[in-house]
Design a protein around this ligand. Structure first.
Ligand code: 0O2
Length: 266
């Protein structure tokens, strides 16, 4: 389909760019909050993109969508991608999206249990998202793709080839891509067997990082009020405990510094 009407791309895309920015911030904040609380985060990374005008035109042409219906009928102009380490994390992220009050789920497409013939696996959620713009409230569609790092590795590689060959990837390459998709599937399955170990390790690392940050903040504050000799002793003790890699000792040391800080405050 050739469009005779001129599309004002800047005007069309502006609200979607705002939606991508807001959604990125919101889902990255969830991840950050989990980490700060020393909790395991099912989110490994969040990326976002605005669909390119060429891709919008291609889709509008393929689906016979006229220019004035693009915003209503193309649901993935704004897109974010939530990457998980494990397949088991995906349902947790799906629930997170479903329970949010600041967006409405319109449709879900499960290409994980229903792998596409290309070998593509991912979970898609189409949401309606309210934006507060300078011109008032505006509702836009956005697509949230949830997938593991292995699924993403495969999909981004395949996407590049699909683009290069304009959708007609040679059969021999398609077969090899299928093998790669199976290898990515096996990797996800293997990783699931050591998930518990990795989750515990990540949780411990977060707790340790938070503890050390607290200790260093306490030491820094104590420098303003405590004697230099005492501070040298505290620093030596910290280095000794830090090298010992003993979490309980770190915790006790942090408690001791908290009490000291409280005493100086009084
Ligand atoms: P881009 O460049 O990110 O815009 P469709 O008719 O397939 O275009 P539909 O039915 O609206 O799209 O939705 P679907 O299939 O749920 O989602 C389309 C998006 O999912 C694609 O966007 C890709 O990001 C991804 N996707 C779907 N199928 C495949 C696949 O076989 N391989 C890869 N690599 N990605 C896929 P665009 O428009 O392709 O990409």
């Amino acid at each position: 389909m050739i469009f005779l009407e001129i599309i004002n791309w800047k005007e069309l895309l502006y609200p979607y760019a705002q939606a991508v920015d807001e959604l990125l911030l919101k889902f990255r904040s969830v991840d950050k909050e989990c980490r700060n609380l020393g909790m395991y985060s099912p989110i490994d990374a969040v990326t976002g993109r605005l669909k390119r005008p060429s891709s919008i035109l291609e889709k509008a042409g393929r689906k016979q969508i006229p220019p004035d219906k693009i915003a209503e009928e193309i649901e993935d102009i704004a897109g974010i991608r939530i990457l998980c380490q494990f397949v088991e994390d995906i349902p947790k992220v799906i629930d997170m999206v479903r329970q949010r009050k600041d967006m409405t789920v319109i449709e879900e497409r499960d290409y994980i249990n229903h792998t596409k013939p290309s070998g593509y696996r991912s979970y898609h959620i189409i949401i309606r998202y309210p934006l507060h713009t300078a011109l008032g409230e505006k509702q836009v569609f956005a697509e949230i793709q949830i997938r593991t790092n292995a699924m993403n590795f495969w999909a981004t590689a395949e996407h590049s080839l699909r683009y290069k060959y304009s959708g007609n990837i040679p059969q021999e390459l398609q077969d090899r891509l299928k093998n790669c998709a199976e290898a990515a599937f096996r990797l996800d399955t293997e990783m699931a067997t050591i998930r518990e170990e990795i989750m515990n390790a990540k949780r411990l690392n977060e707790i340790k990082n938070n503890l050390v940050t607290n200790i260093l903040e306490n030491i820094q504050n104590l420098y303003f009020v405590a004697k230099l000799d005492d501070m040298n002793e505290i620093n030596r003790e910290f280095i000794r405990i830090w090298n010992g890699e003993d979490m309980d000792a770190l915790r006790e040391f942090n408690e001791k510094l908290n009490i000291m800080a409280e005493m100086y405050r009084v």
